[in-house]
Design a protein around this ligand. Structure first.
Ligand code: SF4
Ligand code: SF4
Ligand code: SF4
Length: 201
């Protein structure tokens, strides 16, 4: 998805800076003549990549702010200053979205590593299809079997999940959903065992 199609301001800003930094077009490329522009734009791209990968921290927001100021002050030409302005405009207009990304959530679900999947136990019929489809063995659960005294509801182990999304389309019940905001305790759920009766023999 290009920057023109994306609705995620973190992604759009990273793509704009990336295009400037790596452009082959002499008219639009960053020429590397002055360090604040060269180093600052590179660092901003790397920080935004870290944030999109779900590894962002509070420090990154302030680092981006400082980079925007340094690039603006230290750039020798309009191209550098314009891209400092792009970064500043993003921080001013989309600071809340940047914070959400740092908490692990992308509003437009475009940053794959920030999309959290979960299972609605009220819809899950324990068919096992999602567990079979998961390439990372991140789904656990136990079908109800006539010879067993209980079952373990299906759940996604968030720390194992690689956010590939393969489980979403295979669920025939629509029980797998994208979590609106994972919050700080997303991985705190423990598996529960539910009794359904006792063994008759
Ligand atoms: S500010 Fe201008 S001159 Fe300096 S590195 Fe960037 S593009 Fe080149
Ligand atoms: S998103 Fe991918 S890794 Fe995560 S539970 Fe679903 S299939 Fe497994
Ligand atoms: S595919 Fe859907 S219904 Fe089947 S076990 Fe997984 S979540 Fe439950």
């Amino acid at each position: 998805m290009s920057q023109h199609e994306s609705k995620c301001p973190v992604k759009v800003t990273r793509l704009k800076l990336h295009e400037f930094y790596y452009s082959d077009d002499p008219k639009t490329q960053m020429c590397s003549k002055c360090h604040p522009c060269k180093l600052g734009i590179y660092d901003a791209i790397k920080i935004l990549e870290i944030v999109q990968a779900g590894k962002g921290g509070e420090v990154h927001a302030s680092l981006l702010r400082r980079i925007a100021r340094d690039v603006k002050d230290g750039s020798m030409c309009k191209k550098g200053k314009d891209h400092a302005d792009i970064l500043s405009a993003f921080l001013d207009a989309s600071g809340a979205e940047l914070e959400k990304h740092i908490r692990g959530y992308c509003s437009s679900n475009e940053c794959a590593q920030l999309v959290t999947y979960d299972i609605d136990p009220t819809l899950c019929t324990m068919c096992d299809k999602c567990r079979e489809a998961c390439p990372s063995f991140a789904i656990e659960g136990q079908k109800i079997e006539p010879y067993k005294t209980g079952f373990t509801p299906y759940r996604i182990r968030q720390k194992r999940c690689t956010h590939c999304g393969d489980c979403l389309p295979v669920c025939p019940e629509g029980a797998i959903f994208i979590v609106a905001d994972p919050g700080p305790d997303a991985d705190e759920k423990k598996p529960e065992r539910h009794a359904v009766g006792t063994c008759p023999v």
